[in-house]
Every structure is written in structure tokens, then in C-alpha cells.
Design a protein around this ligand. Structure first.
Ligand code: CA
Ligand code: CA
Ligand code: CA
Ligand code: CA
Length: 386
């Protein structure tokens, strides 16, 4: 069975497995990482809060989906042949099967999904009906089956059936009577929360949308684009860690904040609207956890995928080609590679960015010779094996 699952969508579709059958440690050790010794909690300062019955350093609360086996926790790689969810991402024996990109042609008013396999071969093309128009400001991002995309023609959140290409509007953002000030700049990001709802980030609020289309504002913060010191962060996008369920909000001036159901909104780094670096423009997450964003180093002008953790930000994957501007990306958690779509002149391309930071290479292009179309969103596809 075919499945598109991004880093965010997976936890909502598949619950973490129950008690597993006895794993074979040798299978995991054969993979070579993270080593032959199960990780243990070596932090003597603080005991983990929560239950860690098997003593592998991962509590149930932190995501140990089998607290009776040291061979199962989020630090392990997935063994694709043992019928066990080794890495606790909610998927059993999953493997990377390629990417899906969306192409939009504004002259033709048409859009398509393209499935590209790991070797760069085009597997399938599905026209979207009706066509969903992406925005230069609001990047389309798939996040679940059916996918969730933001489109600019109606400022809507759309559900896309990736088998039939049928597009259904979940929420017309222009129809909303936003609370004062919240919707002034529209919505910038949309993701699927593992709790079974969608989250939309506006410039100064986080909006929870239920599958029935009802919505509620769950967080608000201070935005002053004139540079008043009270300004906190103006997020261009959000990402949701599928393991911790923590939401990352990435500011236009290098700021970073998080939100979770337990802790609410936490500002980790204030935007600097003049010198903030790196400034993010599209965010993502990985099955393995974490918050990432395509961002620009304001001092060097270089683009890269950066990782955010608390207040710290690290350049992970360098963008290899100055002639193309990356517009969206997805992380492939097993290898650590990222896949990014980029448009340059008449060409729309998919790139693979190498996990070791050494650059990347073009994976796919349509080869079409017009400049009225572009690639906008990309989904990393994972299939459960067996
Ligand atoms: Ca444990
Ligand atoms: Ca365990
Ligand atoms: Ca798994
Ligand atoms: Ca497995």
C-alpha cells in the first residue's frame, strides 16, 4: 500500500506500537549505529521525570514506546525486517521510497503531484482538481494523507487526496473573522499536530484547526515590525517535532519560539529585525525529531538547512547551487539527507542535500522549457515495510 507520510503526519496516523515481541539485538547491532551497547542514562544531575522501567535512558513520557526493551527507543535506527517499531516513530519497518513534489503552472491554472523515486525517476504524475495555487509567501506543504496545503488564491487550508488528486477546502482563511490583529498578515505555515488537529501560524498567533474546520487561538505573542523592543518573534513558518510534539516557530529576524500543550508559548530567541541571523523562510521536521528550517545566513548570504534546539542554531546542510533558490524541503530521517525543491529560470528541480553537509546534487527536473511553472512543496515519502 502506498503512503505519503511526512515527518509531521506520521504520528497522527499510526499510534506507537504496544508491547513488542522479543527483538533480536543482533539485528540492530548489525546496522552499526548507534553502536552495540544500548544507551543508558548517564546524567547524574537529574533523574528522568517519568517512567523508565527498562533503564535505557528513555522514559515513556519522552517517547520510549516499549519500556520493557532496551532495544527499542527513539535513539535506535529502524530495522526494516523485524516487525518492530525500533525507533518509536509510530511506523513499523519503514523505509524511504522517494519524494512527492507539487508543480503549479500559473498560465495554465493547473497543478500536479509528481512522485519521484530515490534514484530520481518519475514514478507517477497526478493532476490536482481543482488546482491549488501556491503563494510566493505561503509555501505549500504536504503534511498528512490527505495532505494539507496552504494556498494563496483563497488563503485556504486544503486537503489533498494524493491518490485521486481531489482537493477539498478545509478552511477558507479569508472567511474567518480573526480576533483583532491576528489575521492581518494572513497565515504563513500549516502543519498536522500528532494530537489530531492542524496548526496554522500567523505572524502573531498560533491557531488550532479541528478536522471539522472549527478553530481556536491557542497562543499569541507580541509583534512590532517597526522594531519596538517589545517585539518577540514574527514567524514565517512552523514545524512540529513528531516525537516530542513540540511546535517550533521561526522568526523573520532569526528569532525562535516553541509551543506545546503543556508549556504553552516559550520565546527562546527574540527576532532582531535588522541583523537577525539566520533568517528562516520555510521550516520542517524529521521523523527522528528536531526542528529545522531553510534559512539564510545574513552575514555570508549563504542558504542552508539549519537545526534549531532551544536557543542554539546550527548549519547542517549546505545549499549547493547559487543559480537556484530553494523554496521548500523535507528531511529524510534514516540517512539525515534533505530533499529540497528549487526553481531557476525555466527549470524546476529537486535536490538531494547530503547529510554530511558536503553539498548536494540535482535529483530530478521536469525538463520543461517555460517559466510559467514552478515546484513548491515537497514531501518525503516513507512506506511501512514487511
Ligand atoms: Ca525506557
Ligand atoms: Ca525501551
Ligand atoms: Ca519506526
Ligand atoms: Ca523494525
Amino acid at each position: 500500500m502506498r503512503a505519503i507520510i511526512t515527518a509531521v503526519g506520521l504520528a497522527a496516523t499510526v499510534a506507537c506500537g504496544g508491547p513488542a515481541t522479543t527483538p533480536k539485538p543482533a539485528d540492530t547491532a548489525e546496522t552499526g549505529t548507534p553502536g552495540t551497547t544500548p544507551p543508558t542514562d548517564t546524567d547524574t544531575d537529574t533523574e528522568p521525570t517519568g517512567t523508565d522501567a527498562d533503564g535505557d535512558g528513555w522514559t515513556v513520557e519522552d517517547g520510549d514506546c516499549d519500556d520493557s526493551s532496551v532495544w527499542v527507543n527513539p535513539s535506535w535506527p529502524e530495522d526494516t525486517h523485524d516487525d518492530i517499531d525500533n525507533d518509536c516513530d509510530g511506523l513499523v519497518d519503514e523505509a524511504f521510497t522517494g519524494v512527492t513534489v507539487v508543480e503549479y503552472d500559473w498560465d495554465a491554472g493547473a497543478a500536479w503531484l509528481h512522485d519521484v523515486d530515490p534514484l530520481g525517476n518519475l514514478d507517477r504524475t497526478v493532476p490536482l482538481s481543482p488546482a491549488v495555487a501556491p503563494s510566493w509567501a505561503l509555501w505549500m506543504k504536504p503534511s498528512l494523507i490527505p495532505g494539507v496545503w496552504v494556498a494563496n488564491d483563497s488563503l485556504g487550508v486544503h486537503l489533498i487526496d494524493d491518490t485521486t488528486g481531489v482537493v477539498t477546502e478545509l478552511l477558507d482563511l479569508e472567511e474567518i473573522e480573526w480576533p483583532k490583529g491576528i489575521g492581518d498578515f494572513g497565515a504563513f505555515g500549516v502543519e498536522t499536530h500528532p494530537g489530531g488537529y492542524y496548526l496554522i501560524s500567523t505572524i502573531n498567533a498560533l491557531v488550532q484547526v479541528s478536522p471539522d474546520g472549527t478553530w481556536d487561538v491557542v497562543a499569541q505573542w507580541v509583534v512590532d515590525l517597526h522594531g519596538d523592543p517589545s517585539h518577540e518573534v514574527a514567524p514565517v513558518d512552523l514545524a512540529i517535532d513528531p516525537k516530542t510534539h513540540e511546535v517550533g516557530l521561526f522568526g523573520i529576524g532569526g528569532g525562535y519560539a516553541t509551543w506545546s500543550e503543556n508549556d504553552g508559548f516559550v520565546l527562546h530567541k527574540r527576532d532582531d529585525l535588522f541583523y537577525g541571523s539566520p533568517y528562516a523562510w520555510v521550516a520542517g521536521s524529521s521523523n527522528e525529531g528536531g526542528h529545522f528550517a531553510l534559512a539564510t545566513d545574513v552575514y555570508t548570504g549563504e542558504n542552508a538547512v539549519f537545526a534549531w534546539q532551544d536557543g542554539d542554531v546550527t548549519a547542517l546542510l549546505a545549499w549547493p547551487n547559487a543559480d537556484f533558490t530553494p523554496v521548500s524541503f523535507g528531511m529524510e530521517s534514516e540517512s539525515g539527507d534533505a530533499y529540497a525543491v528549487a526553481n531557476g529560470g525555466w527549470y524546476r528541480t529537486v535536490w538531494r542535500l547530503y547529510a554530511d553537509g558536503s553539498g548536494g546534487a540535482q535529483l530530478f527536473t521536469t525538463g520543461k522549457d517555460n517559466d510559467s511553472a514552478g515546484f513548491f512543496g515537497v514531501a518525503v515519502n516513507v512506506e511501512e515495510g514487511g
